[in-house]
Design a protein around this ligand. Structure first.
Ligand code: NAI
Ligand code: PYR
Ligand code: K
Ligand code: MN
Length: 353
């Protein structure tokens, strides 16, 4: 019997709606698998927790999480209660950084049953590999003086170690997919860090001469995600560029509500964290119509991470067949609610397994 201890953090907004649904799906997977036990430990850390305790998680929060095999998170952020840089900084980004989850992988590919907003999407299948520990999302900087004299400095941090690491990961993935690599740059405008990024790419690519590689400026690349996504395969990007590209990737799939992601720790010292690309969606929270597919597909990524590929495949088929049967939430043109979609996916898993 394989046993996995999962820390569960629904977080804010629709995270609280889609995480319990995805756990029902995971329970079904464990049941049909027969040799897999999933133990959940639930943590209520969120913006509401902050209002009560003055912090996003307790002081020993990271210690508690470090005891699990993986973290399954919904979304963080409720700007009506706590400013976003405090809430995300004190929980989501803290975990990514402290647990050295240095890579963020975010697939964007056509799945059956969802119509892309593109007129001619072709059969795109992109994997965004985002640097997840530094870059533009750094706490280096500050604000001094007040009023008209106020000065703000926000530093981007790019280290040889992290940049070469994310590129190696992306090259390895491209090799595994028999694909090619596109690097997102902006060396025509950001004159220190991005030429450095390009230099590291050139250096690392020496070890991957079999992988076709090119570099595109982020502005043009953003357009290519819309005009010719089928020409892209693995895309390696800095923290900010990868964040933006992955929302575009989600949009061309059909909705940000279906896109999954994994924050991967490579050195085995800490657990990896799985969470969908989307945020807490305050505009639809409480209506019961959040698309659960992003969180459920994220569960598949977590199963894949633990080499439960077969179960992951069953799960993706169940998602696709459910959507193809027309059971979907309003963001992708349906009129089912969160629970109805999840129920249908669960029934499909039981049928397929
Ligand atoms: N990783 C995380 O936890 C993230 C957290 N956030 C936080 O979430 C809050 C809201 O941010 P936004 O910029 O509005 O981004 P968002 O991703 O929460 O929402 C953007 C749009 O997509 C829709 N949407 C998102 N997920 C959906 C789903 N599962 N089903 C149907 N529709 C869905 C929303 O209704 C909204 O119209 C903020 O506090 C923000 O900082 C934002 C992005 C990522
Ligand atoms: C914070 C955010 O938007 C993301 O990680 O996707
Ligand atoms: K999220
Ligand atoms: Mn984002």
């Amino acid at each position: 019997m394989k046993k996995l201890d999962i820390s569960v953090i629904p977080g804010d907004g629709i995270g609280k709606e889609v995480v319990p649904e995805a756990l029902r799906v995971l329970d079904t997977i464990a049941k049909v698998h027969g040799g897999l036990t999933l133990n959940y430990t639930h943590y209520p850390w969120s913006s509401e927790y902050y209002v009560e305790h003055g912090k996003m998680m307790p002081d020993n929060g990271l210690d508690l999480l470090s005891q699990s095999d993986a973290i399954f998170l919904g979304a963080v952020g409720d700007p009506s209660l706590v400013k976003d840089h405090i809430s995300l900084g004190g929980l989501l980004l803290k975990i990514r950084r402290e647990f050295e989850q240095v890579i963020n992988i975010r697939p964007a590919k056509q799945i059956k049953g969802i119509v892309s907003p593109l007129t001619n999407p072709r059969d795109f299948d992109i994997m965004i590999v985002r640097e997840n520990s530094e870059g533009e999302y750094s706490s280096s900087g500050g604000r001094v003086h007040h009023g008209i004299d106020e000065i703000v400095v926000q530093n981007s941090i790019f280290t040889k170690k992290a940049v070469s690491r994310v590129m190696e990961y992306a090259f390895e993935l491209a090799r595994k997919r028999n694909g090619h690599l596109t690097s997102a740059t902006k060396s025509n405008g950001i004159v220190h860090s991005m030429p450095f990024w390009d230099d590291v790419l050139a250096e690392v690519s020496q070890n991957y001469k079999d992988i076709p590689t090119k570099s595109e400026h982020i502005d043009a690349l953003s357009a290519f995600f819309i005009t010719k996504p089928h020409t892209l395969d693995v895309v390696v990007a800095s923290n900010l560029f990868g964040d933006i590209l992955s929302d575009i990737g989600a949009a061309i799939m059909g909705s940000i509500g279906i896109a999954p992601a994994g924050n991967i720790n490579l050195n085995g010292k800490y657990p990896s964290m799985f969470e969908p690309v989307h945020g807490s969606a305050p505009d639809i929270y409480g209506k019961g119509i959040a698309n659960p597919v992003g969180q459920i597909w994220t569960a598949k990524m977590m199963l894949d991470h633990f080499d439960e590929m077969e179960m992951g495949t069953v799960l993706l088929h169940a998602i696709e067949q459910t959507l193809q049967s027309g059971i979907k939430t309003p963001d992708i043109g349906g009129n089912s609610n969160t629970t109805e979609v999840t129920d249908a996916i669960i029934a499909k898993i039981e049928e397929l397994a």
